[in-house]
Write a protein that binds this ligand. Structure first.
Ligand SMILES: Nc1ncnc2c1ncn2[C@@H]1O[C@H](COP(=O)(O)OP(=O)(O)OP(=O)(O)O)[C@@H](O)[C@H]1O
Ligand SMILES: [Mg+2]
Length: 396
């Protein structure tokens, strides 16, 4: 065995059970100690390829030419210090376990070295421990890189999702916004046609014109709904504390005629303040209570709005005694334009719940439905009780 400033190669392969080659970089001035370390590892089944260096220049060179899986460093060297190897690893941006293999090292020094970033330490007269220490270090390193990889994958996916959501929103907005103008022309001219040529068209032509105009009107409503949906979050209305009692009072006024016509009884016990946008919270309650009244059964609607605290959120429930919803549609009903009935049975376009979901999720909340066909529905949602800076533990 020879040793030079460029380092020495060691490789003893008398292992009983050959394993994948372990590339180790030894920071060691004593050739005999280096050979003992390699022997201890080979005895334990390691197939080891080791470079031995004893100063910073050779260490850095070895890192770059043969990046090792583990660094085994003596604490004291004539021209260098083993702990200095850590700084080099850091400056090279390498996450390689560094284990001190040293003569007597006091407990205090050992703890200090580990605090500074050494993975572990093994005394030269206790080399039998070294294989297990290396295995554990490699395992931990592997777990670290898997975790790092998973975190990076997750961050990338979140990024992609946010981008594709933004693209979709932009598309829905542009499409619905820009479709309005040509559609207005279609509506206006079909209307003009039917007015100007009233009585001059034969029966079929008048019927076809009627269909065209109905279709155009319907499309106008759909486009307006789509625009309303894509506008949630486009306007930069700031979130703030919203008193749900005040919101509820407004909503009940808006729904007054529907409540009167249906004979509905809507109850709500003292509601809390949540973190959101007032007009949007009104949209949520208006749609949920409006639905509860619209999708009523034979009995007059009985609608109950309740709230309970759940950690840093409030959980609301809006329950009714209406026609109910089969559980298999629990997800679908929140999708844009998804309805379970024809427009002749119940009016509407299927946009209300999609808007509720978007509003609630944008505030960091969640909405879901618990219901059985025929036994009423309960819509539940959670909203944050405070803004991000005011939440307990939310401050840096
Ligand atoms: N309280 C309820 N009871 C029974 N079915 C409901 C209830 N709320 C919603 N649904 C079902 O979910 C569908 C979607 O509801 P959503 O509010 O999105 O649309 P809509 O009320 O039909 O139309 P819009 O809200 O656009 O006027 C409804 O068409 C209905 O089938
Ligand atoms: Mg609705």
């Amino acid at each position: 065995m020879t040793m030079s400033s460029t380092g020495t190669k060691l490789g003893i392969q008398d292992s009983p059970e050959p394993q994948p080659k372990l590339r180790a970089l030894l920071v060691e001035d004593n050739a005999l100690d280096a050979a003992l370390v390699v022997r201890a590892l080979c005895k334990d089944g390691f197939d080891i390829a080791a470079d031995v260096v004893q100063d910073e220049a050779a260490f850095t060179r070895a890192l770059r030419t043969h990046p090792p899986e583990v660094v085994l460093a003596d604490y004291n060297l004539p021209n260098w210090k083993g702990m200095e190897a850590l700084k080099v690893l850091l400056s090279e941006g390498l996450d390689i376990p560094m284990i001190l293999v040293s003569g007597a090292l006091g407990d205090v020094t050992a703890v200090e070295c580990i605090k500074q970033g050494a993975t572990d330490y093994v005394l030269k007269d206790g080399l039998a421990r070294l294989p297990e220490v290396i295995r554990r270090a490699l395992r931990e390193k592997n777990e670290r890189s898997l975790r790092h990889q998973a975190e990076e994958d997750l961050a990338r996916k979140i990024d992609e999702l946010a981008r594709s959501n933004a693209d979709l929103e932009q598309f829905a907005y542009v499409a619905s916004h820009d479709l309005q103008e040509p559609l207005r022309m279609v509506t206006a001219y079909t209307q003009l046609l039917s007015e100007r040529y009233h009585g001059q068209l034969d029966e079929s032509a008048a019927k076809f014109l009627g269909y065209a105009s109905e279709g155009a009107q319907r499309m106008q409503v759909l486009i307006q709904d789509l625009l309303a949906f894509s506008r949630v979050g486009r306007n930069s209305a700031a979130c703030g504390s919203v008193d749900c009692n005040a919101v509820m009072a407004d909503v009940l006024l808006t729904l007054a005629s529907a409540i009167l016509e249906s004979g509905a009884v809507v109850t709500h016990a003292g509601l809390p303040a949540v973190w959101g946008v007032r007009t949007q919270m009104a949209q949520v309650f208006q749609n949920l209570i409006g639905n509860a009244i619209k999708f009523r059964g034979k009995e007059p609607p009985v609608v109950s709005v309740q709230s309970e605290k759940s950690g840093q959120h409030w959980q609301f429930s809006v329950s009714d005694n209406g026609i109910g919803i089969p559980p298999e549609y629990a997800e679908n009903i929140f999708v844009v334009f998804q309805r379970l009935h024809t427009r002749n049975e119940y009016p509407g376009n299927g946009i209300g719940l999609a808007i509720c979901k978007k509003i609630i999720e944008r505030c960091g909340g969640r909405i879901w439905m618990e219901s059985q066909a025929g036994s009423g529905s309960t819509f539940k949602f959670i909203m944050p009780s405070h803004g991000p800076d005011e939440r307990v533990g939310g401050r840096p």
